[in-house]
Design a protein around this ligand. Structure first.
Ligand code: PAF
Length: 281
């Protein structure tokens, strides 16, 4: 696996490639990331992953400084998964000057849910992903693979690619889960032993919400969402939202939006750890 720390080295490594398949990450890799790399491999003539902890998408009180940096283990996992090129830019390379041009995603999509509770998050994500796309896929176009675990992020990126006519196919990877159903996440490592056992209550709550939603009388949606929030809160969580949206645009469903068109999304804090998850139904 070739490791490029600078944009120039990366471009040189990819100069003769016609269709890179790219998996952007912030490192601290787990089986979910590795599944995305394996999914990417047959989609291009070279498989590229990036590791870059993007300061721009963290709020000042969030975990940028403590975000786990696990370089050696990440490299070993990527090598074993057959990744050809790892792009790991230094901050000064990716942001050589204060970033005054930024990607501002459509507020109708980006200011709710994650964007409501993490203001500016999708500006940071959109901006860094645009830059990473320019570095990795800017010479040739290609394919990029994003996990469905970050459901709203995937939608923001798809819309960005469409509206800027970027020559990039966006492919979605299914969420990988532990045996008990908890979605794999770099932040799961923050959970203590008891918290880790409790964490499965989030996917369980989403499953219950989806089941109840399907059987509910038409007007009862908001009450079901509130019940789900209250139930998690009673277990000691601090929920930001548990909600059902339509998959097409993440707006609240209308009477026409039935099963097969919906997604239950949740974000909640357990102790000091904020977890997100979703379930299509
Ligand atoms: O999903 C992530 O890990 C990050 O948001 C991404 C897409 C790598 C941008 O920093």
């Amino acid at each position: 696996m070739l490791i490029a720390h600078s944009i120039a080295d990366l471009r040189q490594a990819l100069a003769a490639r016609r269709h890179p398949a790219f998996v952007p990450t912030m490192g601290n890799l787990h089986d979910g990331h590795i599944a995305l790399v394996r999914q990417a491999r047959p989609l291009g003539d070279v498989t590229v992953a990036s590791i870059f902890v993007n300061r721009l998408q963290f709020l000042p009180h969030e975990d940028f400084d403590s975000y786990p940096r696990t370089w050696e283990a990440d490299c070993a996992q990527l090598r074993a998964a057959g990744c050809d090129v790892l792009f790991a830019p230094r901050e000064a390379d990716l942001y050589p000057e204060p970033q005054t041009f930024k990607v501002h995603p459509d507020p109708a999509l980006a200011d709710m849910l994650e964007g409501q509770f993490r203001p500016g998050f999708f500006v940071g994500v959109g901006t860094v992903v645009m830059k990473l796309f320019a570095c990795v896929l800017g010479q040739s176009g290609g394919t990029a693979v994003f996990g469905k675990k970050d459901y709203q992020q995937l939608m923001v990126i798809r819309q960005m690619v469409r509206q800027f006519a970027l020559p990039i196919d966006i492919v979605a990877g299914e969420t990988c889960r532990a045996a008990d159903g908890l979605a794999l996440s770099s932040r799961n490592g923050y959970l203590g032993r008891e918290e880790r056992q409790e964490a499965v209550a989030l996917p369980q709550a989403l499953r219950q919400l989806a089941g109840q939603w399907t059987a509910r009388p038409p007007a009862a949606g908001a009450a079901l969402e509130q019940q789900a929030v209250d139930a998690l809160r009673a277990r000691g969580w601090q929920p930001d939202y548990l909600t059902v949206r339509r998959r097409a645009d993440l707006q609240p469903p209308t009477a026409q939006d039935g099963p097969g068109m919906l997604v239950a999304l949740g974000a909640a804090r357990l102790g000091g750890t904020r977890l997100i998850d979703n379930l299509e139904f």
